[in-house]
Design a protein around this ligand. Structure first.
Ligand SMILES: [Ca+2]
Ligand SMILES: [Ca+2]
Length: 141
């Protein structure tokens, strides 16, 4: 998640940022800062243990030099691992879409992140192995 400060009447040069999951959120996320205070990594919770569903992030930005604080929220949805189609379950249609992507076919409406089940960046056989394990009821390491 990238945070943009579009209008700062105090003209700060840098900012401190806090990102927190709203406690009323249904889903769970892992929120990780990066070296850039305006860029955060947001990951889904632990497969099989943490709840899925809608998440609200509360974001507060404070100017470092002159001060001033602004806040906003961001909405996202945490899906079950392997639920590429976002229909609430992992099934053969999810595997079909992953196979299409692996075979270089068009996958309209889906982004690469939908298929990267292990979160390592590329989409490959490790992602296919994960969906096969889910479909066979096997544990995911
Ligand atoms: Ca699905
Ligand atoms: Ca991957």
């Amino acid at each position: 998640m990238t945070i943009a400060v579009l209008d700062d009447p105090n003209n700060n040069a840098s900012y401190s940022v806090a990102v927190q999951r709203d406690p009323l959120s249904a889903g769970q996320v892992i929120i990780e800062p990066t070296a850039d205070p305006l860029i955060w990594t947001i990951k889904g919770g632990q497969h099989g243990a943490d709840p899925i569903g809608a998440v609200t992030l509360n974001i507060t930005v404070t100017g470092n030099e002159v001060g001033g604080t602004g806040s906003t929220t961001a909405q996202l949805s945490v899906r079950a691992l392997g639920d590429i189609t976002a229909n609430g379950s992992v099934g053969l249609e999810d595997k079909l879409w992953l196979n299409k992507r692996l075979n270089g076919l068009d996958t309209p409406g889906y982004e690469s992140r939908h298929f990267d089940l292990d979160g390592d960046g590329p989409i490959g056989l490790k992602d296919k192995l994960i969906i096969n394990k889910i479909l066979n009821g096997l544990p995911i390491p």
